[in-house]
Write a protein that binds this ligand. Structure first.
Ligand code: UTP
Length: 289
C-alpha cells in the first residue's frame, strides 16, 4: 500500500520551553526564520506524503493560521513589492493538504496519534514528531528511508539511533535480536527505562511508519507510565501481533523540543543560511568563551 498520510503530533504542553510555550506551541518556535513544524512538514512532503494531519492542542489556532491565507500580510507584501517574501508566504499555503485535529488534553503520544484515526482510516501512515528536525544531507530523507524499509519489511517500521547509556532514560528503547541487522525485528518497546533496565541502547527519536492496526492496540491500552497513553505500549502489542521492525537512519537529527537541541539547531542551520550564515560564522569565531 502506498504511504500517503502522515500524522504530526504537536499538542504537548512544551513545559521545557516555558514561559515561551504558554501561548506559542513549541512546534512554532523558529529555527532561524522557519518554525520547527515547517521543517517537519517539508520532510513529509518530500517523502511523497499527500495528507498531513497535525494534532494540535489548546493553541490550535496559531498552527491552523500558519498554514492558512493571510490576506492583509499578502496585500502589504504585494503593494510594497516584496515579491520574494510574498512567494515564501504563499508557498506555505499551497504546499499540501493540512488537516488539523485537536487533542483536547495532553494525555500522551499514543492518545495524540489516536485522534488522527478518523482521517487515516485503514491506510498505513507515517508519524513525525513535531519537535524533531531531521536533515538528510545526501539522499532520501528519514521518512522516505522509512518508507523504503516499510516496503521491504511489509510491517510497521520505525527509525532508531544508538544513544549513550546516560541518555536511554529520555527515550523509548527497543528490544531486538540483532542490533546490527538492516531491519531489526522488534520484540518490545520500553518507555524511558533506567539505563540498567534498558533492553538496548537503540532509541526512538520520533519517525515511524505504522500499519493501521496500531489504532486497535492504542484503543485497548490502559494508561501507562505517568498516567499517559503511551505510543510505546501500543508498539509492543503491534510487535507481538502483526510485527514491528526498526532500522537505523542516515541524517543529522536535532531535538528541537529540548533547549540545548533547539540552540544547536539554530546555530548549525543558521550557519547554512544564505543570508546570515557567513556573518554568524564570523561572529562565532570571534566570540570569546
Ligand atoms: P514531548 O514529550 O517531547 O512533548 O512529546 P511535551 O510533552 O510537549 O514536552 P515537555 O517535556 O513538556 O517540554 C513529543 C511530541 O509529541 C507531542 C508533542 O507536542 C511533541 O511534538 N505530544 C506529546 C502530543 O501531541 N500530545 C501529548 O499528549 C504529548
Amino acid at each position: 500500500m502506498p504511504l500517503k498520510k502522515a500524522v504530526i503530533p504537536a499538542a504537548g504542553l512544551g513545559t521545557r520551553f516555558l514561559p515561551a510555550t504558554k501561548t506559542v506551541p513549541k512546534e512554532l518556535l523558529p529555527i532561524v526564520d522557519k518554525p520547527i513544524l515547517l521543517y517537519v512538514v517539508e520532510e513529509a512532503i518530500a517523502a511523497g506524503i499527500e495528507d498531513i494531519v497535525i494534532v494540535a492542542g489548546r493553541n490550535k489556532n496559531a498552527i491552523e493560521d500558519f498554514f492558512d491565507r493571510s490576506y492583509e500580510l499578502e496585500d502589504t507584501l504585494y503593494k510594497t513589492g516584496k515579491t520574494e517574501l510574498l512567494k515564501v508566504v504563499k508557498d506555505i499555503q499551497e504546499m499540501v493538504q493540512v488537516i488539523s485535529i485537536r487533542q483536547k488534553e495532553a494525555k500522551g503520544l499514543g492518545h495524540a496519534v489516536y485522534t488522527a484515526k478518523p482521517v487515516v482510516g485503514d491506510q498505513p501512515f507515517a508519524v513525525l514528531l513535531g519537535d524533531e528536525i531531521m536533515i538528510a544531507t545526501d539522499g532520501p530523507n528519514v521518512t522516505a528511508q522509512l518508507h523504503q524499509a516499510f516496503e521491504k519489511s511489509g510491517a510497521s517500521t520505525v527509525a532508531v539511533m544508538e544513544v549513550p547509556n546516560s541518555d536511554v532514560h529520555k527515550y523509548g528503547i527497543v528490544a531486538v535480536d540483532d542490533t546490527e541487522a538492516d531491519l531489526m525485528k522488534v520484540h518490545s518497546v520500553v518507555e524511558k527505562p533506567a539505563a540498567e533496565e534498558a533492553p538496548s541502547r537503540l532509541a526512538l527519536p520520533g519517525r515511524y511508519v505504522f500499519s493501521s492496526s496500531l489504532f486497535d492496540h492504542i484503543e485497548a491500552l490502559p494508561p501507562g507510565k505517568n498516567g499517559e497513553i503511551q505510543l510505546t505500549d501500543a508498539m509492543t502489542h503491534q510487535a507481538q501481533n502483526q510485527g514491528l521492525f526498526a532500522t537505523r537512519f542516515v541524517a543529522k537529527r536535532y531535538d528541537a523540543g529540548d533547549k540545548l537541541g533547539y540552540l544547536q539547531a539554530n546555530i548549525e542551520l543558521g550557519l547554512q543560511h544564505p543570508q546570515v550564515g557567513q556573518d554568524l560564522k564570523l561572529y562565532l569565531k570571534n566570540l570569546k568563551l
